[in-house]
Design a protein around this ligand. Structure first.
Ligand code: GTP
Ligand code: SPV
Ligand code: MN
Length: 618
């Protein structure tokens, strides 16, 4: 039964009504139905509803959620068709400590992932999911990552007892009945099971954000399956995103010769009218959405948005690397998004947006730190409490987010659903010290070494201590679905499939280097276009570079800093390379590599040895 049918018959009780199937197409659908029935038998929802992602469906769901107190309708005068959700204070970000890669062999998960024997995990999950949807509706959400039927696309079905997850998946993926037709025809699909883990006893009142203190985010890579329990938030609950499009897809990519990456994707158009495609891997809350919507501050340059969080890369027969954004929306960090930093995002959020854990203005609009320079005199904070500027705490949660369709972005490329050939790959992170503004890799292997050794200060996007430095190779530490060292080897292999003169060039960037007083040395945001300009000049062979032990940096004077008023000394600090600190980094890299034992590709060990040699002799 569909949600539309249910709304016409308000007396409908439970029912496992399934989509109609026709003739020969029945086999693929039967497997889906059997799976849905099996999950329903385990989790025991009151009813099962099949979703199709239509506007009508989302209207009905939002209406129902507003009535239940799960969404606040924003003032349509300011923010039409937009809603605010407030999560439980214990359920505000991804839970990496409760995220598991349950591969058959422990070695295939590797030392950076939590592993548990799949059979024992399945037993445990059967226990927690048993009756976990009692008193609730189980929604069946068929979706495609990438355009439906597209050559690089993948299908999935998420069952969930969270209407919030259904609405969000409707924005972030292509949710559609057409997916069922492809499944009927035998197209493979990923199974994803989600429960907030808060069954309702008969007559029991629901809460605004049901969840469970116990959480499981479990990937079974071999069977291409995800089971998520206890959380309704972000990547824990919108299973198409990190669980499928990164963790499961990375394993598919390993097996099939492609890459699933935590990257943004943009088209940069030079003043001469030439287009370049750039992808960048930055860890969570380190600037992907912002760079994806970059408004260059230098004359003549333009940027079109293609994606802000996930990119799938595949070597083409032409020897180039082809890239798609498999998502259909943005689940972006709200704090720090404002007129002066990311006006494109602010414009994207004009309506049709779900906000989660931001503050509510007295006039029924939203606010968060950084949206405007001066906060409103009074707000309701993300927990529903009164707030004034001297409350001494943020009004919006640091990991508060907006969920909005990509098509609504004013900078979106008209062909954003198509694959594009990649010209450059950037690796970055938050590094207060040591890492220069931009460094070019000398070749593919050196670039893979750069990506593999990136470290970054932790942010509020996951549980843990903000600011703590950790290795985050390729920004994939929380998202690689298999052994990280095998993943590096896979990157090296992929490089060999590209034509030498057509493979993307690689760079490391750092917008976050700080001065002794703790202030950022680089203005960042729109001015990051200056770094992009240098990168493109390098691609075109227009400018030489200065060799350093860690890679190539701009020749003094080549980075366009016109009008920035940047002191010569500041520029010096942005590019300072301290050999001693880099030797210390190299020691830490060796320790890091050693934690993977013999799996680390010899080519990366060799890169480390050459780095040390260059540092010694520089
Ligand atoms: P996920 O969605 O978690 O994967 O994060 P993301 O990488 O898309 O992060 P996002 O672009 O949303 O940025 C997170 C925070 O970094 C925001 O508070 C931004 O204001 C800040 N930020 C982004 N770019 C820059 C920059 O160039 N300089 C500085 N100083 N801060 C930046
Ligand atoms: C991230 O943490 O990298 C995100 C947000 O993009 S979430 O989808 O919650 O993982
Ligand atoms: Mn992300």
């Amino acid at each position: 039964m569909s949600i539309a049918e249910i709304s016409q018959d308000t007396h409908t009780t439970a029912g496992h009504t399934e989509p109609a199937s026709t003739g020969a197409a029945a086999a693929g659908l039967q497997a889906l139905r059997d799976w849905v029935d099996a999950i329903a038998a385990l989790a025991q929802p009151d009813q099962v509803l099949w979703c199709n992602g239509s506007q009508r469906e989302s209207d009905l769901l939002t209406k129902q959620m507003v009535a239940e107190g799960k969404l606040i309708k924003l003032n349509p005068e300011w923010r039409p068709n937009s809603y605010l959700a407030r999560s439980a204070p214990s359920d505000v970000a991804r839970v990496e400590g409760r995220t598991f890669i349950c591969s058959e062999r422990e070695d295939d998960a590797g030392p950076t992932n939590n592993w548990q024997d799949p059979a024992s995990m399945r037993d445990e999950l059967a226990g927690v999911f048993s009756g976990s949807m009692r008193g609730r509706t189980m929604y069946v959400v068929p979706f495609s990552m990438g355009p439906i039927g597209g050559p690089l696309s993948q299908l999935g079905v998420q069952v969930t007892d969270s209407a919030y997850a259904v609405l969000s998946m409707g924005i972030m993926t292509r949710t559609s009945d057409a997916v069922l037709d492809l499944i009927a025809d035998g197209t493979p699909w990923v199974r994803a099971v989600h429960s907030v883990g808060a069954p309702l006893a008969p007559g029991e009142d629901d809460v605004a954000w049901p969840c469970n203190e116990t959480k499981y985010i479990v990937q079974f890579p071999e069977s291409r399956e995800v089971w998520s329990y206890g959380s309704g938030y972000g990547g824990n609950a919108l299973l198409a995103k990190k669980c499928i499009a990164l963790r499961i897809a990375s394993v598919m990519g390993r097996d099939e010769g492609w890459l699933a990456e935590h990257m943004l994707l943009i088209r940069v158009i030079s003043p001469e009218g030439r287009s370049y495609h750039v992808a960048a891997a930055f860890p969570s809350a380190c600037g992907k959405t912002n760079l994806a919507m970059l408004r260059p501050t230098i004359p003549g340059w333009r940027v079109e948005t293609l994606g802000d969080d996930i990119v799938w890369l595949r070597p083409g027969e032409d020897g180039r690397m082809w890239a798609i954004n498999p998502e259909a929306g943005f689940f972006g960090v709200a704090p720090g998004t404002g007129e002066s930093t990311n006006v494109t995002a602010v414009e994207t959020l004009w309506g049709n947006t779900i906000f989660t854990n931001v503050a509510l203005r007295d006039d029924g609009d939203v606010w968060w730190e950084g949206l405007t320079d001066t906060p409103p005199a009074h707000l309701t904070d993300w927990e529903g409490n009164d707030w004034t500027p001297d409350s001494g705490r943020p009004a919006a949660h640091p990991n508060s987010r907006f969920t909005v369709g990509a098509a609504q972005c004013p900078a979106i490329a008209s062909d954003w659903e198509d694959a594009v050939p990649l010209d450059a790959i950037l690796f970055g992170g938050r590094r207060a010290t040591n890492v220069p503004l931009v460094v070019e890799a000398t070749d593919w292997t050196h670039g893979v070494f750069m990506g593999a050794t990136i470290s970054s200060e932790k942010t509020a996007a996951a549980e843990g201590t903000v600011g703590e430095l950790r290795r985050d190779p390729f920004a994939m530490l929380p998202f690689c679905g298999y052994n990280m060292a095998d993943y590096w080897a896979h990157w090296l292999r992929i490089g060999q499939e590209l034509r030498f003169d057509r493979s993307p060039r690689m760079f490391q960037v750092n917008w976050f280097r700080k001065d002794d007083d703790g202030s950022f040395l680089w203005p960042g945001f729109g001015d990051n276009s200056r770094v992009i300009e240098w990168i493109i000049r390098r691609l075109d062979g227009d400018v030489p570079a200065t060799e350093t032990p860690i890679g190539r940096v701009p020749v003094p004077g080549d980075l366009n800093v016109d009008g920035l008023g940047l002191a010569e000394e500041t520029l010096g600090k942005l590019f300072a390379i301290d050999a001693e600190s880099w030797q210390a980094e190299a020691d830490l890299t060796e320790e890091f590599f050693d934690s993977f034992g013999t799996k680390v590709p010899a080519a990366l060990r060799a890169e480390l040895a050459s780095l040390r040699y260059r540092l010694r002799t520089s």
